[in-house]
Design a binder for this molecule. Structure first.
Ligand SMILES: CSC[C@H]1O[C@H](OP(=O)(O)O)[C@H](O)[C@@H]1O
Length: 382
């Protein structure tokens, strides 16, 4: 069950609503999400009281973005545990909600492992649920810390690569606080550059078809005070040709063992443009987005989404018809078939650097990735 509770409408100042928070009202524990399908028009909180409601929120991108999906997945297992639902079934439903972002499965497994370990030590279901909740909260904190460290590493890299000290950065999709326990991944680097007085402009790809750039990155950029301009995805090429892009900063949903990067569809063409125009193409992602069990880009499952998201002008929304029901403005003849992959894959040779909380990997090699992951500290559950 997931109910909309309008807590605020968008004003000039951020409402301060958290992108995701655990709450324990008298009627029982809930997971509260800032519904990203309603932004930027409304800041609406979605209150999830059970796992099917959270699964629908994930599938309709009310909650989205790899790191935050991991956190939401962990809280989903905790919600099942503390409310006495079937935790194994809940974990399976959550892990299958979206296939590409590896963080989702990671978060689910982390909380499920804590739940099972508590049971193995003789705890009852409620205590085990509390252990899963502690794991989810620990992941939430760890991601916020990772975001801050990525921002610092990323800004240092920009300063090293772009000595002018006034960076024009292009970004794709949305990678700010709406995808993270902290200030995000790629957007957090741009924010750090802005705060340091070294961001001349953020070029924001609108990111068709769900417009995460226009709706969400512009929303976050506007509130940060940085100079930014929105562009249609197909205008990016002319910006490169005009010499207006100093670097590309993007996030990731899954990084394979060879350094191939799955990210929002439209990322691969930017990597080709960056290569042709000798512009750094920088991926910013926490180590939890690296999947050493997936050997290469061809092995990454790319989510295929409903064609209506292309043939109608709107984002997905939850409705009586369930997730994926889209009530938009048709922009193509009725019955038009659409190709709508949610992601594409960029090969490592087109990636200048991968910035993680453990440091920067450049050039991108499988060995370097494994070494970086080996440095990563496990999430400590207090
Ligand atoms: C840094 S995670 C953000 C990542 O997630 C987005 O996908 P979606 O909006 O479908 O969740 C996109 O790939 C971003 O780069």
């Amino acid at each position: 069950m997931a109910d909309h509770e309008v807590r605020s409408t968008v004003g000039s100042e951020p409402s301060g609503l958290a992108q995701l928070r655990w709450d324990e009202p008298p009627e029982g524990p809930v997971l509260v999400l800032l519904d990203q399908t309603r932004l930027p028009a409304e800041e609406v909180e979605l209150v999830c009281t059970d796992v099917p409601g959270l699964v629908r929120a994930i599938q309709t991108l009310a909650v989205r973005g790899a790191p935050l999906l991991g956190i939401a997945g962990a809280y989903g297992v905790a919600l099942a545990g503390v409310r006495g639902f079937d935790v194994q079934e809940a974990a399976a439903l959550l892990a299958a909600a979206r296939p590409t972002a590896v963080n989702l499965g990671y978060g689910v497994r982390l909380a499920l492992g804590a739940y099972q370990a508590a049971l193995d030590k003789g705890a009852g279901p409620r205590e085990a649920g509390a252990a899963a909740l502690a794991a989810a909260k620990a992941l939430h904190r760890a991601d916020a810390e990772a975001s801050a460290r990525m921002a610092a590493h990323g800004l240092a890299l920009l300063d090293e690569l772009l000595p002018g000290g006034s960076h024009r950065v292009l970004t794709h999709c949305n990678t700010g606080r709406l995808v993270s326990g902290g200030e995000g991944t790629a957007f957090a680097v741009a924010l750090a550059a802005h705060r340091a007085g070294r961001l001349r402009r953020l070029w924001v790809d609108e990111t068709r078809p769900l417009l995460q750039g226009a709706r969400l990155t512009a929303y976050e950029a506007a509130r940060s005070g940085m100079a930014y301009s929105l562009l249609t995805d197909n205008a990016a090429g002319s910006l490169f040709a005009a010499g207006e892009v100093d670097a590309v900063l993007i996030g990731a949903d899954r990084i394979a063992a060879d350094g191939s990067v799955a990210n929002k569809v439209g990322s691969y063409p930017l990597a080709v443009l960056a290569k042709y125009h000798h512009v750094p193409f920088i991926v910013v992602a926490p180590v939890t987005t690296v999947d050493l069990d997936t050997p290469d880009g061809a092995a990454i499952e790319v989510e295929q989404r409903p064609g209506q998201e292309v043939t109608e002008l709107t984002g997905p929304q939850v409705s009586a018809a369930g997730w994926g029901a889209v009530g938009g403005l048709p922009v193509a003849p009725l019955g038009t078939q659409a190709y709508n992959p949610a992601f594409d894959v960029t090969p490592p040779e087109l990636v200048t650097a991968i910035v993680t909380e453990e440091g920067v990997l450049s050039p991108v090699t499988g060995g370097g990735l494994r070494e970086l992951c080996a440095r990563s500290r496990q999430v400590t559950i207090s």
